[in-house]
Design a protein around this ligand. Structure first.
Ligand code: SAM
Length: 352
């Protein structure tokens, strides 16, 4: 428990203290390299007011969302929800949830103009004003293809419950694809209880290895890192408050797939990307460690074989092999030491 009201602090900060992302005290919000081309292409269609109040720490928008049902937890003014709305197409469905009225009001205000800008006759996006802890009220179990979230879970008090709920709302084969802030250590009380640090998405940041533990406990057995970068603290006061703790913005992909193991095991699988995915014709990036060139056979662990054959990417891969015979740990993945100095070396799930 914090010694302040987290909801009041967060709402006050994002509504009254900040006028735009330029007022943030770290570089959490500013990483153009993390934005895929297919998102950059859509950005000019999004209203300025929505973009001005974008407070994400990454670009958690995966490929191949056509026709998908997507939930955006802590959608703010809806920038990511609208990008996904365009990528999902008129037959897709997007639900944005946020607890701050003023943010949701901005998101809702632009629905008609955004649908028009995308050339849609029917709305495919809806925004609800509520806590993400109540998301299960709006999303049936096993109904979401993808859950996204951008710099929000660090602000929630019961992260275990949030991850459990997300696991429940996803279909088998679905994924949580999200950006958030993590620390290189378990933060001391003086950081966790500081209102400014909490509002800046630092005080509530999980130690990265504790996040992996929570994710696995929820059922996401093999979290995969898409991108990661250290956050620069640009404000002297905040630098002094955080001391030696270091913070990272990490984009994770967590599949909900029956049979995923907590380590990479070798069953002799081979995966071949057939090409054909829009915006990714010649190579497919599963995660930062797994890039598949079109038509090039790659040896993969059992978990990777499942991610490619049981998810919405299944039609774009040929997977050779089964789980009948086990050949040991996959290459150098077995028994890896955790808790290295920082995220670049830490446990990335497996196959790293
Ligand atoms: C750092 S901002 C990010 C907003 C948005 N994802 C974006 O990229 O612009 C954090 C957002 O999370 C929302 N939020 C924090 N805790 C929440 C909770 N428990 N339930 C719903 N929304 C929450 C805040 O209202 C705020 O809009």
């Amino acid at each position: 428990m914090k010694n302040f009201d987290t909801e009041e602090v967060v709402k006050g900060y994002y509504v009254s203290t900040l006028s735009s992302s330029n007022d943030l005290k770290t570089t959490a919000c500013c990483d153009l390299d993390d934005i895929p081309e297919y998102v950059k292409d859509i950005s000019p269609l999004i209203a300025d007011e929505i973009q001005m109040k974008f407070y994400g720490c990454g670009s958690p928008i995966p490929l191949h969302l056509e026709g998908c049902s997507v939930v955006d937890l802590g959608c703010g003014t809806g920038r990511d929800s609208y990008i996904v709305s365009k990528l999902a197409g008129e037959h897709g469905k997007v639900l944005g949830i946020d607890m701050t009225n003023e943010q949701i009001d901005v998101a809702r205000k632009h629905i008609n103009t955004q649908m028009k800008a995308f050339g849609y006759e029917n709305k495919n996006v809806k925004f609800v004003h509520d806590y993400i802890e109540n998301a299960a009220k709006y999303v049936n179990p096993g109904s979401a293809d993808v859950v996204i979230s951008n710099c929000v879970i660090n602000l929630t008090e019961d992260k275990e419950r949030v991850l459990d709920d997300i696991f429940r709302m996803l279909k088998n084969g679905g994924e949580l694809y999200f950006s958030d802030i993590y620390a290189d250590r378990r933060l001391p009380d003086e950081i966790r209880n500081n209102e400014l640090l909490y509002a800046e998405c630092l005080g509530g940041a999980l130690y990265i290895n504790d996040f992996i533990r929570l994710a696995r406990r929820a059922g996401f057995n093999d979290p995969r890192i898409m991108t990661s970068r250290e956050i620069e603290i640009t404000n002297k006061k905040v630098q002094n408050l955080v001391g030696n703790a270091r913070f990272y913005s990490v984009k994770y992909r967590l599949f909900k797939i029956d049979g995923l193991e907590d380590a990479c095991e070798d069953y002799g699988h081979v995966a071949i990307y057939k090409g054909g995915l829009k915006y990714s014709e010649n190579k497919f990036i599963l995660d930062e460690e797994h890039v598949f060139e079109k038509n090039k056979p790659e040896r993969v662990c059992g978990n990777t074989a499942l991610m490619l054959s049981e998810s919405r990417f299944r039609n774009y891969f040929t997977i050779i092999g089964d789980f009948d015979e086990h050949f040991g740990a996959f290459e150098d993945c077995g028994g890896k030491i955790q808790c290295k100095e920082h995220v670049d070396n830490t446990d990335k799930g497996c196959c790293c």
